[in-house]
Design a protein around this ligand. Sequence first.
Ligand SMILES: [Zn+2]
Ligand SMILES: [Zn+2]
Length: 421
Amino acid sequence: MPSGKYQATVRMPNGKRRTKTSRLKSVVKKWATEQEAKFEAGSRIDPRAGEITISKWREKVRAVSGLEASTLAKTDSLWETHCAQAWGAWPLNAVTRTDAKAWVQQLRQTRRARHQGRAVRASDKDVPTLSAATVHAAVHVMSALYAAAMDEDPPVVGANPFARLDLPPLDLGVVEFYEREEAEALYSALERLYGLQWRTLVELGMQVGLRPGETYGLHVGRVDRHRRLVHVTHVMTRAGLREYPKSKKSRRSVPIPPALLDAIEELTAGRTVGACTCPRVLPTGERQPGRGPCPGLMFPAEKGGPIDDGNFRDRFWYPAVDAARTCGKPPAEGHDFPAGECAGVCADPAHQIRRFPPKIMRHTAASWLVMDGVPLYDVQHLLGHESFATTQRYAHLAPDAHGKILESWSRRETREASSQV
Ligand SMILES: [Zn+2]
Ligand SMILES: [Zn+2]
């Protein structure tokens, strides 16, 4: 080009053009080659492969999903109730976006099968329609089937008619999180009662936002001390250790605060780490039993082996939450002091912290970062949210969330004030 830059233009399968410009010829050339390779993959779609019915395709996908039994049961029930009748007999490649949109319209007008704990008759006129969450969940079931079909090599279909449809807004409610004072009280209760390992585990949840299963499944070899990163590649489920697919946002590398890195050093000092012997769930859904306590686990359970979710909640989390006191003293049993006067022990109910389930850890991590001005995009990456909508639940906490509005009001006020002079 006259500017001295190089430009490549490729024509996409839909007829539109896409252009890239760079000062380096090699960059635009590589880009164009990659784009063309992509379209090539798209044109390799075998039309006969897409003639499989949606219900047959679902059986195939379900068999290798590797999902936990409880998740599978939920998905099965959504499919049976809202999707099977509408879509089961359709060939996978026959559904258009318009068909998908019409179905969503229908779903939004569908009345609930139960209301206030009772089954309802078709004639019940004042039964509310399906909740926005149910509509989202049913659409997600369909969308996931098409995502799996596009993910095949070669792809079974070329597009997902259920992606990015216009859905009713979700009422997600207010996100709760611990205040710093409560968090500190919880950390010291954990360390006092159970030791540094449990404090560090909870801090990873509260500061870095790891999911509980990600901390249970964390292996010493995944901590990069020099770059101060943790590579989150696996999650411990009830069935065993499961690897995140490369395509998932949950699979990520995250920074950790220096103080936590020190704690991790202390916890792993002098440990010899051999090969992983954890029970595993393979990508095919097949289970592989464990071979004894894994020496690589960062946070092993008391008897070795991985931590169990229910055990963590009942044996460590809630006892520590109940024992945490913001004055830093251990709770008093059988003592009674005047309010605010805690001697060696604390007898002031005002010093207790709020009782939340462990998922408060991730909410706390995200809320603090957003309040500190960290962009939502970065928070999404740190927490590994698959959907940006999840991260947006924290948007109102950003320091500049209402900045533009406030600025506009104050400009108007200034204008009015000056026009009165
Ligand atoms: Zn292991
Ligand atoms: Zn106290």
